[in-house]
Design a protein around this ligand. Structure first.
Ligand SMILES: [Fe+2]
Length: 307
């Protein structure tokens, strides 16, 4: 079966490389959550996208703050960028999104994959969300479907649906670069877990194999890095060729069944991420907090003995 979406992405990446029209990318790494926020811009028009931003959250006190987001804002202003997009690769389980705060300060549209509706359905049940919690993705300004093309200034971009870690995961190919969210990590670290509600290791494998069809020179930007045994610096950029050659979980030649067995065995040993309960409640609302109660205070829930 021909994957026309993939062909479109390959054409875009090859054309960007051939013309030397490639995006400028500046990454802000949040060490408490190991998250890489990427600010991507078209150097000609200076139109920008911010991918996977972080809202600082102190769980013991329940306080949120903006130091990480403010660093991104300072960079955007210093560079004279216009933010068109606040992109989420998925509803993160390890940090809260700062997209609404960035939107207030910089503008731009908050977008995620259309399958977020499935994630909202699943977690709407987990948190027993009230009927007023919309499960149609309407908290976001835009929902991307697989193969949907968009622009960053004069630079071409395309959304690729890469489910497995979550049902809604997207990768965004912008110019010659692809932002893969939680699918692949650095070659020496491997792949994302696939055991959250709605996750599936076999689906993740197929999504990764699809990404590996992109040109070997494609620049790959990750959502996370956790270092790896023997490596003492954080790294968030690699290439499709490097992943295909050397990813310890899923390099070329690893069979689907072997990957699934490895991934499921490894996931069974992992504890839940420290911030999963607060993160998911906020991120399925596009980064907004739940409505305040009668006393004017907003609350997050902790379901007991459920996850
Ligand atoms: Fe994630």
């Amino acid at each position: 079966m021909t994957d026309t979406v993939l062909e479109t992405a390959i054409t875009q990446i090859d054309a960007a490389r051939a013309a030397g029209r490639v995006p400028v990318i500046r990454t802000f790494f949040d060490e408490p959550t190991f998250t890489a926020t990427h600010v991507v811009h078209d150097p000609v028009t200076r139109r920008a996208a911010i991918i996977d931003s972080v809202l600082d959250f102190d769980q013991p006190s329940g306080r949120t703050s903006h130091a990480s987001a403010d660093a991104v804002i300072a960079y955007v202003r210093a560079e004279g960028l216009t933010v068109d997009w606040l992109l989420e690769t998925h509803a993160h389980a390890d940090h809260l999104s700062a997209a609404p705060y960035l939107q207030e300060q910089l503008g731009g549209r908050i977008a995620i994959g259309a399958e977020i509706r499935t994630v909202q359905g699943v977690f709407g049940q987990v948190f027993n969300e009230p009927a007023s919690f919309a499960r149609d993705g309407s908290q976001f300004d835009h929902l991307f479907t697989d193969g949907e093309r968009f622009a960053l200034g004069e630079m071409e971009a395309i959304a690729l649906h890469v489910p497995g870690h979550t049902p809604a995961c997207l990768a965004y190919a912008i110019g010659d670069a692809v932002f893969v969210g939680d699918t692949l990590f650095m070659p020496d670290y491997g792949t994302a877990r696939a055991d959250f509600p709605g996750g599936d290791a076999r689906t993740l494998f197929r999504s990764i194999r699809r990404l590996m069809e992109l040109p070997a020179e494609t620049r790959v930007f990750l959502c996370h890095d956790y270092k790896a045994p023997g490596r003492d610096t954080f790294v968030w950029e690699t290439t499709i060729g490097a992943e295909a050659a050397a990813n310890i979980h899923v390099h070329t030649g690893v069979a689907e069944d072997d990957f699934v067995m490895m991934r499921e065995a490894r996931d069974a040993t992992l504890g839940m991420p420290r911030l999963i309960l607060p993160s998911v409640q906020v991120n399925i609302r596009a980064g907004h907090f739940p409505e305040p109660e009668e006393n004017g205070v907003r609350y997050l829930k902790l379901p007991l003995n459920l996850l």
